[in-house]
Design a protein. Sequence first.
Length: 318
Amino acid sequence: MRVDPRRREFLSSAITTGLCVVPAIGFADPPEKKLREPVLRVSKAKLGAGNKEVPSHPLDPALEMAASRLAYFREHVRDYTCVMVKREQLDGKPAEREYMFAKVRSRRVENGRIVVPFSIYLYSLKPKEAAGREVIYVEGRNAGKLVAHEAPNTLVYKTVGSVWLDPDGPIAMRGQRYGITHAGMENLLIKLLERGNRDRQRGPCEVKNTVAKINKRECDVIQIRHPERDKNHDFYLARIFMDRETQLPVRYASYQWPTSSRSKIGPVIEEYTYLDLKLNVGLTDADFNHRNPKYLFVRKAARKIAKKKAAAEANKKR
């Protein structure tokens, strides 16, 4: 079907996550390129009070913990499923919380080569207008594109169907602080290490350890606060929740400085929570294949599923 350019522009802007029509990209799977392990951008400095060259810092125990958890994750966590809850500040205001069911397969490296690429599937649960949206991204596959579609009951889906996008392009990044290539627990641990090492170079901060529960699960909480307002700091206060059973981060939240003397913290900057976490469930290539008949990336499959549901409902009425 040929789409008028003006109509195409309207459909592009109508998709809330920033999807657009990319007619040059089809559903063909291009030859897989050889992948190399990415370089971890984390300071190599040795931490601890015994190091004369690097003075001890309140963040040192948290950095050592994050480094050990990252090493543990890479060795023991092959894949996982969860409900990801995301809330980010956009245009100076905290956006509505988004709930997404996620399947994530960890990158696996052998002899310096990536033999299993980072893979992620997302299915939107909330808010209501986004429910049913699906996204898949597989590192190094599909010409580096993500594939996505809007909810099946929307005009955009019925008219356009699935689209392919550069995950770091301006349209895919619309309304997002980070692209899908930075999603997941491993990337969260990497980002915590990067920020912690950067904070370490910017002066002192206050670190407090406490406990809390996330979805009835016991967590150890590391709270980091910058008492003095400084433009070089990314946040006023941040909290990292480590699940006591899995010893993995299940929540990260950061906040701006208080806006008045009556408030203890300012507006949320970013907040990510992992609920109903299940580790090593045995995800396969099929879980990250847009042709999977359980998914609705291919509209023909969507019509078949709808037809089966209609037939089942008709049989119930008989």
